[in-house]
Design a protein around this ligand. Structure first.
Ligand code: PSU
Ligand code: MN
Length: 325
């Protein structure tokens, strides 16, 4: 093998894995990967720190180990310590790092808050098969003019990770997002729900292509997807609790103003997602913050439960088929 760049293999020494996460992975115990971009780019300090810690607690409730991903000191950190969380929560200038930005953070050092896309790269590298986020990125509503389609979707076509979520973020186009996922061959499953959820609202008004009511069966579907040689993600969707959901009409009203404001202010690219999320929260006078908290916690709890079922399904498959751990 010559030493050209194309002969370079993936370098696992770029990973800096937390001790507890490393042990859990080594023993085949359930782990849930999480993103970090919502910490500096979501709520103000210290509410963002408290929320991150509460998310971890929800993941742990079913016996799974949380592994929050971040770029730090020229490495990919998997499983942030309390001190690292504190740093990300209190330093508002930590940049948002999507897949295209990872190499810069690695080569230069410095902190970076990973989005869904870059977190999936890290999760697969670390061997974590389950990832949780309340709202995935998707096809933006102005995509026909701007081509703004989240790197999250493209990353689903590259990472063998089961993604647990409450649908796509509220300001995206749900039907186009599902079309994109269908084209890419990504299985989308509604867990105990018929509709594709809309993050802060129970339904996006569009149906999920599949519904399954049993987590072990969803684990079996994910495994079957990978056993068949697909090197892509699977998507498990489950909505915000009915009582905490915000009616989509209310979100739409807030969005109309926020989108016009964003256009007038010339906000584009990666800045648009955090901008619109904050604007919706302001316009609904904090009601969104309560909904946001509810859906982040319920998604984390479900991901913990799913990780337990997936670990059991994987162990059963390995022992039946004689595949070595
Ligand atoms: N929450 C925030 N700010 C963000 C995100 C979430 O408060 O930037 C991230 C998520 O990690 C998601 C990403 O992966 O936004 C999608 O952004 P874009 O539409 O730029 O791809
Ligand atoms: Mn974008």
């Amino acid at each position: 093998m010559n030493a050209t760049a194309s002969a370079l293999a993936t370098d696992p020494t770029l990973l800096d894995i937390d001790e507890e996460v490393r042990e859990a992975l080594h023993e085949g115990r359930p782990v849930v990967a999480l993103e970090s971009s919502a910490i500096p780019h979501g709520l103000p300090y210290p509410a963002n720190l408290d929320l991150a810690l509460d998310i971890d607690t929800e993941v742990r409730a079913s016996g799974a180990v949380p592994a929050r991903i971040a770029m730090l000191d020229g490495k990919i950190r998997v499983g942030m310590t309390k001190e690292q969380l504190e740093l990300f929560a209190s330093a508002p200038d930590v940049p948002k790092v999507s897949t295209r930005d990872m190499a810069f953070a690695l080569a230069r050092g410095g902190p970076g808050a990973t989005t869904v896309s870059s977190s999936l790269v890290a999760a697969e590298l670390a061997g974590i098969p389950v990832f949780a986020v309340a709202g995935i990125g998707g096809v933006h509503r102005d995509a026909p003019l701007t081509f703004d389609i989240s790197a999250d979707l493209v990353q689903f076509t590259r990472s063998k990770v089961a993604v647990v979520c409450a649908g796509a973020k509220s300001m995206l186009h749900p039907a186009w997002t599902l079309e994109w996922l269908e084209t890419a061959g990504i299985p989308v499953i509604g867990y105990r729900c018929d509709d594709f959820p809309a993050y802060l609202s129970v339904s996006s008004g569009v149906r999920n292509p599949h519904r399954l009511d049993d987590l072990r069966e969803i684990a079996a579907v994910s495994l079957a997807h990978w056993r068949a040689g697909n090197a892509t993600s699977t998507l498990l969707t489950h909505p915000i609790r009915e009582a905490d959901g915000i009616p989509s009409a209310e979100i739409e009203a807030a969005l109309a103003d926020a989108t016009a404001e964003a256009q007038a202010a010339g906000v584009t690219g990666p800045a648009i997602t955090p901008y619109l999320l904050k604007a919706i929260s302001r316009a609904t006078k904090g009601r969104t913050s309560a909904a946001n908290r509810s859906v982040l916690l319920s998604t984390a709890a479900l991901a913990g439960e799913f990780a337990v079922q997936f670990a059991a399904e994987l162990a059963a498959y390995k022992s039946e088929s004689g595949v070595r751990a």
